[in-house]
Design a protein around this ligand. Sequence first.
Ligand SMILES: Cc1cc2nc3c(=O)[nH]c(=O)nc-3n(C[C@H](O)[C@H](O)[C@H](O)COP(=O)(O)OP(=O)(O)OC[C@H]3O[C@@H](n4cnc5c(N)ncnc54)[C@H](O)[C@@H]3O)c2cc1C
Length: 383
Amino acid sequence: MDFSLSKEQQDIKMAAREFAEKEFPQVAQECDENEKMDMALLKKARELGFVGTHLPEEYGGFGMSYFEKALITEEFWRMDPGVAQSILSVTFGSEIIVEHGTDEQKKKYLPHLIQGNGIIAGAITEPNAGSDVTMVETRGVRDGDEYVINGSKMFITNGTLADIIILFCKTNPEAESRHRQFSCFIVETDTKGFEANKLKNKLGIRASDTAELSFSDLRVPAENLIGNEGDGFRQILTLFNRERTAICAQATGLAQGALDQAVSHIKQREQFGKTIASFQAIRFKIAELATLVEANRSIFYRACWSLDSGQEDHTLIAMAKWFCAQNAVTITQECLQMHGGYGFLNEYDIARFYRDCKILEIYEGTKEMEKQVISNAILGKAN
Ligand SMILES: Cc1cc2nc3c(=O)[nH]c(=O)nc-3n(C[C@H](O)[C@H](O)[C@H](O)COP(=O)(O)OP(=O)(O)OC[C@H]3O[C@@H](n4cnc5c(N)ncnc54)[C@H](O)[C@@H]3O)c2cc1C
């Protein structure tokens, strides 16, 4: 067992760190306040090769492993979760095209995400279908060489920015198994019948766009169906595993960033004639939090390894996602506490991290859903 990073992996991590340290602090506060991503920064990140790293080389990507991608995610989230998410999420959903799309679909849609200005969104959640994705009501009905789509989606990252959307909808309500009723399509957002409205005033990751979408009699060519009718549920499960490991990296980066801020603050701030860092209660707290960050790192490395080695472990990934997210929330709360009243001011980064961390326990499966996956694996499904 070798836990060390290769020279190439160390270089990827350091390059991501340097870029984030140099660029993110300048824009983080403003992006948060204005709820906008910085398009110039996205362009720079693309030029430097930080976007779409997991995409195959033949389609313009770098063919990096999920672990290497996670190293970039961790470093970006350490400096600013909102800015990091706004940059790295622009390829969210592309994994479904990579793993289940045809050559034509890959050639048509993937290179633009890296070399062009392309942005993709993955649209699964609906107003009445969140944790239970089988409640999805958006319909895709075949009509000659096209499908007609009607319905709506909720909380879609990059919804108002994306030029293509991976749409999860119901095509086969008659299928006996609920899991065979759904399909995924590639939808171009300049198609008639598409509408996106930005959801404003989010608690955290405000630089990242979130929207509600509607589809009314929108026509998609049948060639934009991914795989076969009825494959959609299986396809989004593979996407969840990839994104959940990414969220472990997000959580670890965010927690490390919060800890760095706390360490810096307590070394400067003096009370009772000494720095706060000299009080044992605080020192022990730092020891505990640093240990939790390392525990996060260990389990997320292992979750990535399960993906990259072809031994995808659904239960381990659910464990890692729940554990890393929970630790990130705990760590960030304690790190804000060490800032005292200053942590309560929005001009301090820790206040923003505190708002940002909560999303980790909600998206890509809430913490309760992760525990359901884990307990089902141990105990079998409850009747
Ligand atoms: C900023 C943001 C970005 C997002 N991006 C995307 C995106 O790009 N694409 C996309 O498709 N979705 C996206 N989502 C949606 C996200 O995945 C859902 O919000 C999440 O899956 C939870 O669904 P819900 O909000 O409907 O909550 P609900 O499913 O209504 O759950 C509410 C609460 O009840 C609990 N609960 C539900 N069922 C059970 C049960 N059986 N046992 C115990 N507890 C239960 C949940 O854990 C949760 O705590 C995003 C959400 C946010 C906030």
